[in-house]
Design a protein around this ligand. Structure first.
Ligand code: ADP
Ligand code: ADP
Length: 234
């Protein structure tokens, strides 16, 4: 089955007569795919992210991840947002290890296998061009560097699914395109399934295998397209 399955979902904020944010939302992302969801501001992209990660449960329809119906926050999903929000009193390395301390399954392992995880975090830091920066505090890093570190944090527990909500939005054009290459290489080398929501169609075309287009009021998928033309990785 698909990695992400959304079927006929209605999501209303604030009770029965609140805002209908998405309606009749249906989409499916296959394992290993890089999917991008594009659409204007307010069309429900963030709502879609919150539904897949289980932060909200829809009133109507079903959301499933890896064949399991989502009924509570999902811990197997890696997440990165526009705002990296690292804890300022922890080093970059300890920020990257944070998801391991939150997921009970990993908590025991990190106590006994800390060295192994530190090595993994250092390897990830190297992959995103931050070799040697693990001991710095987040506030000692530039915005672009913090965003790279937040990608490492999203990947430390080897999630099957990586959800990215406008992760490059706050960056300057150069840093953004540099990070596009980083994330594309990560997807290529790990085969993690990625769902990226963005309002930047150029970004979607550069990165994704499949593009879902949303319309607003209420949000729903209006079309989806395979991206066929050869890209640099081919
Ligand atoms: P996007 O991420 O595409 O900008 P959102 O998912 O944030 O869109 O919002 C979709 C719709 O739901 C918008 O009309 C927005 O105003 C509304 N909305 C989002 N979050 C809330 C909330 N917590 N309470 C009420 N309405 C919300
Ligand atoms: P970015 O392009 O990632 O936003 P900046 O334009 O702020 O970064 O900085 C450009 C480069 O300067 C970075 O890619 C990095 O190599 C270096 N740099 C920035 N902040 C630091 C720091 N705190 N320590 C060491 N090098 C840094």
């Amino acid at each position: 089955g698909p990695m992400v399955g959304i079927e006929n979902v209605d999501m209303r904020y604030g009770g029965a007569d609140g805002t209908l944010a998405v309606s009749g939302l249906t989409m499916s992302v296959e394992k290993g795919q890089f999917a991008a969801v594009v659409g204007p501001s307010g069309c429900g992209k963030s709502t879609l992210m919150k539904l897949v990660t289980g932060l909200y449960i829809p009133q109507t329809g079903t959301v499933s991840v890896a064949g399991e119906r989502v009924s509570e926050p999902v811990s197997m999903v890696g997440m990165a947002f526009q705002n990296p929000t690292m804890l300022p009193w922890r080093t970059t390395l300890d920020n990257i290890l944070l998801p391991l301390e939150i997921v009970a399954k990993h908590r025991r392992r990190i106590r006994t296998h800390r060295k192994e995880y530190v090595e993994k975090a250092e390897h990830l830091l190297e992959t995103v061009g931050l070799k040697g920066f693990g001991s710095k505090f987040p506030w000692q890093l530039s915005g672009g560097m913090q965003q790279r570190a937040s990608l490492c944090r999203a990947l430390i527990h080897e999630p099957e699914l990586l959800m990215l909500d406008e992760p490059f939005g706050a960056l300057d054009a150069f840093t953004r395109e540099e990070l596009w290459c980083v994330i594309r290489d990560l997807h290529f080398s790990t085969d993690v399934t990625v769902v990226l929501v963005t309002h930047d169609l150029r970004e979607a075309v550069f990165l994704a295998d499949r593009i879902f287009v949303m319309s607003a009021r209420p949000g729903k998928i209006i079309t989806e397209r395979e991206v066929h033309f050869p890209r640099p990785r081919d």
